[in-house]
Design a protein around this ligand. Structure first.
Ligand SMILES: Nc1ncnc2c1ncn2[C@@H]1O[C@H](COP(=O)(O)OP(=O)(O)OP(=O)(O)O)[C@@H](O)[C@H]1O
Ligand SMILES: O=c1[nH]c(=O)c2[nH+]cn([C@@H]3O[C@H](COP(=O)(O)O)[C@@H](O)[C@H]3O)c2[nH]1
Ligand SMILES: NC(=O)CC[C@H](N)C(=O)O
Ligand SMILES: [Mg+2]
Length: 517
């Protein structure tokens, strides 16, 4: 049975995925759709509620994204946020104009606690604002349920039509009671039951996979990372030995990692597992390549070829499905997630177009709608070992996107060694589990140093470490200086003549990204 669903209509805001996350935290399935989705398509999905996102435009501009008025007559509850609130007001005959005073950041809002939207919330509540326009006049039938000293309509409602709007952003953590407000909307106003549970996800997905695959064979790209391991466990539960897991050892893994993965998957699991050594062919393909996007595309395309060659070996008579552990943020950050209006930040290797001569029966991505923390929950539900479920993510292109400039065997070895020292020292100091991700980067810069009265001219190593829960935004990690000092001391001593300087990356995301390429 299909889950009940809430839709986020994307008008170009920055926090749209966050809205979906917050709704899912209420155990309600939620997807972000472009505002170009027709009203018929939306009706067909039978949503229990709709949220309109924020956006950079002004509704009174003719060229801004608008939506047909009829959506407000469907009887489906709607919550407009920021631009979405202005759109609701404007479309229904209210007035929106440039605000006399813009509000950015923290603002105390006086809310009407008699409104269901603000049930259980104190009358003055800290909210997060980011607007230059405002609702000057609410449409007929609407009541103001929130204001600030400079914003007369910080929230409005028409409960009879189940229409609600907030000028502030309830989805961001800085809106103290935002989660409660969204929960009030989803549970009380949309009357959702909260049936999006990991147990039912596993059960439904396994059933769907069985139906889709039938007697056919599936080749899964298994990296030993969280996503593909969870995808492997799901597929294995659905189709058992019809599944073959293919681990591509492209030589860009961390020190000893290839052997460790082989050991785990041949030792702890009863799955068909194949490790393919293609170190040489990857090096050959990447020779002389320095552009980050080009590297990513070569690595991604090569993945397809390896899988395809493997399939051809086993199947001469019929085609197999190809499966991978793609998750929701992979699609979004590659610019393929939503309305095609978002910028391509970097092409994740698994989002590269399939070469035309590669023919799979179809692609299976059972985790494509999940966020990382949800994937981990699925992994736990499936009973995967804790260390596997809570592993740090490791990008498919591996050290390839941490070696700036040309990728060569000696440069890979340098980075592997430095990275191993960092991981070893973090583990020894019990700091490993504190951070979402940490690693070394080889920037390809030589610097001058002095050692034993000799001049050195050797490589620089950068340490990158972040805290985040969804990898969409991240902060640089405040690793204690003592640990950083030990790491730097060990790298420069144990890699004498090779590395003579270590720096720490103190950039958050945005403006940086987690990986350097
Ligand atoms: N070395 C590899 N061999 C085979 N498949 C791979 C390899 N690296 C990545 N993939 C495929 O690409 C997908 C995306 O990679 P990604 O790194 O995002 O996920 P993951 O490695 O499974 O998990 P994690 O994010 O924890 O590293 C994987 O789920 C897997 O299907
Ligand atoms: O499988 C992957 N294939 C890729 O091409 C890729 N690029 C980045 N990452 C990982 O995604 C998270 C966010 O990284 P960025 O801030 O660098 O985009 C971080 O966890 C990165 O390690 C990738 N994972
Ligand atoms: N964050 C937003 O959605 C902003 C909406 C609109 N562009 C404004 O400035 O008011
Ligand atoms: Mg990975």
């Amino acid at each position: 049975m299909a889950n009940e669903m809430v839709i986020v209509l994307d008008f170009g805001g920055q926090y749209n995925q966050l809205i979906a996350r917050r709704v899912r935290e209420c155990n309600v399935y939620c997807e972000v759709l472009p505002y170009t989705k027709s009203i018929e398509e939306i009706k067909a999905l039978n949503p229990k509620g709709i949220l309109f996102t924020g956006g950079p435009n002004s509704v009174y501009d003719e060229t801004s994204p608008h939506y047909e008025k009829a959506i407000f007559d469907l009887g489906i509850p709607i919550l407009g946020i920021c631009y979405g609130s202005q759109l609701m007001a404007w479309t229904l005959g209210g007035e929106v104009a440039t605000a006399p005073v813009s509000e950015y950041g923290h603002t105390d809002v006086e809310v009407d606690t008699n409104s269901v939207l603000f049930k259980g919330i104190e009358a003055t509540t800290g909210c997060w604002m980011s607007h230059t326009d405002y609702i000057k006049q609410v449409p007929e039938g609407f009541k103001i349920i929130g204001h600030t000293p400079v914003c007369p309509v910080a929230a409005m409602e028409n409960p009879a039509r189940k229409l609600y709007a907030t000028q502030f952003h309830p989805e961001v953590l800085h809106t103290k009671e935002g989660k409660k407000m969204l929960s009030n909307f989803v549970m009380d106003i949309c009357e959702c039951a909260g049936d999006w549970q990991m147990e039912s996800f596993v059960e439904n997905t396994v059933k769907e996979l069985r139906g889709q695959i039938g007697e056919k064979h599936v080749i899964l790209g298994l990296s030993g990372g969280v996503d593909s391991s969870v995808a492997a466990a799901l597929l294995s539960r659905a189709i058992g030995k019809q599944l073959t897991c293919v681990f591509v050892d492209h030589g860009l893994m961390r020190k000893n990692e290839g052997d460790e993965i082989e050991e785990t998957f041949t030792g702890k699991f009863d799955m068909n597992f194949v490790r393919i050594d293609c170190k040489e062919s990857y090096l050959e393909k990447l020779k002389g390549v320095i552009d980050p996007e080009e590297k990513r595309k070569i690595i991604g395309t090569e993945f397809y070829r390896v899988f395809w060659d493997e399939i051809k070996k086993h199947q001469t008579d019929c085609l197999s499905y190809f499966a991978q552990g793609t998750i929701y943020p992979d699609r979004i950050e590659s610019g393929k997630g939503k309305n095609g209006k978002s910028d391509t930040i970097k092409t994740h290797h698994n989002m590269v177009d399939q070469p035309t001569d590669v023919q799979f029966l179809g692609t299976i991505e059972p985790l494509k709608d999940l966020f990382k923390d949800e994937v981990r929950k699925v992994g736990e539900t499936l009973g995967l070992p804790h260390e596997l479920v809570w592993r740090q993510p490791f990008p498919g292109p591996g050290l390839g996107v941490r070696i700036i400039g040309e990728i060569t065997a000696p440069r890979i070895a340098v980075l592997q060694e430095a990275d191993w020292i960092l991981r070893d020292e973090m583990a020894k100091n019990g700091y490993e589990k504190e951070l979402a991700q940490f690693f070394c980067v080889l920037p390809g810069v030589n610097t001058v140093g002095v050692m034993g009265d000799h001049r050195t001219y050797a490589d620089l190593i950068a340490i990158r470490a972040v805290t985040t829960d969804d990898f969409m935004t991240a902060d640089w990690a405040k690793i204690p200086y003592e640990i950083l000092g030990k790491v730097s001391g060990r790298i420069t001593n144990e890699m004498k003549g090779i590395v003579n300087r270590v720096v720490y990356d103190i950039t958050s995301k945005p403006p940086g990204t987690v990986e350097w390429e």
